[in-house]
Design a protein around this ligand. Structure first.
Ligand code: HEC
Ligand code: HEC
Length: 223
């Protein structure tokens, strides 16, 4: 290649890359507005409460913060807001050995925080954050729909299966032998305290009938 040809290749190559960059940037900027729901006054107040109590000193959100406590970005996808509000008002009433302190939130502050966390949960983050490494490692290629949902809705935060998971709830490794009835599981998931008096498990009433059925199917295979 002559010197001149090399020069042209360099100049036009650079121009082409620059044009592609501009087109993609404009395209992304145009889509940003559709990726988040509207910011209401409660969401705005909730964000201030989030800063006032330095929640980010322990939790991550949108990839920022500390790794001491669970990620909050999609928290209302994983658990219902009614349960989460009760939890943040008094974590140890739900989980006696909780490492989260009682922060002394007022009822109004807790409601605003829930509006904020529900807003962050609905932002289209393009799959961020990725599933926890342990959860994806446990998911073999043959995982059925129920097993995938078990990790998506973070049941493993409270339950162990085969030695991995949280300990706030009972070990589920053999739960299929203890409760072999699908209907029992569906009723329990919808409303734990109507099946087990004083149950500290959150309700999963916000899942679809199909999802509850698939989780129940997975539960009865655990023998
Ligand atoms: C000193 C550290 C600390 C601070 C500060 C803190 N948290 Fe937590 N939080 C935790 C830990 C640790 C957990 C995990 C549950 C456990 O072990 O208690 C948790 C759990 C939670 C949960 C339940 C998550 C789930 O998946 O069940 C929510 C919601 C929550 N925190 C919200 C907040 C909010 C909102 C604030 C600020 C107002 C806050 N936290 C401040 C440590 C903290
Ligand atoms: C915040 C903690 C927590 C989460 C999250 C949680 N559970 Fe539980 N779970 C409990 C507690 C506490 C109990 C014991 C009380 C009861 O049986 O209702 C329990 C009980 C159970 C039982 C009965 C176990 C037995 O030995 O009788 C099953 C089955 C179960 N959970 C399944 C699930 C599934 C599936 C999910 C996710 C969709 C889930 N849990 C999410 C805390 C939790």
């Amino acid at each position: 290649m002559s010197n001149n040809a090399a020069k042209h290749l360099f100049i036009w190559g650079s121009v082409l890359c620059f044009v592609i960059l501009i087109v993609l940037t404009v395209d992304t900027m145009g889509k940003l507005d559709q990726r988040a729901p509207e910011i209401t006054a409660e969401v705005d107040e909730g964000k201030k409460v989030w800063h006032k109590y330095d929640c980010i000193g322990c939790h991550t959100i949108f990839g920022n913060g500390s790794y001491f406590a669970p990620d909050m970005t999609k928290v209302t996808v994983r658990k219902p807001t009614g349960y989460l509000k009760k939890f943040i008002m008094n974590p140890r009433a739900i989980k006696p050995d909780s490492a989260m302190p009682v922060l002394g939130l007022t009822d109004k502050e807790a409601d605003n925080l829930m509006a904020f966390l529900d807003w962050t949960s609905k932002v289209d983050t393009n799959g961020w954050p990725p599933a926890p490494i342990l959860a994806s490692a446990r998911m073999d290629k043959t995982a059925g729909a129920g097993q995938v949902l078990f990790y998506r809705y973070d049941c493993a935060a409270c339950h162990e299966i085969g030695g991995m998971g949280g300990v706030a709830g009972p070990d589920l490794t053999h739960v299929g032998s203890k409760h072999p009835d699908m209907e029992w599981h569906i009723r329990h998931l919808r409303s734990p305290e109507t099946v087990v008096p004083d149950s500290a498990m959150p309700s999963f009433d916000h899942l679809t009938d199909q999802e509850l059925k698939e989780i129940a199917e997975y539960m009865i295979t655990l023998k």
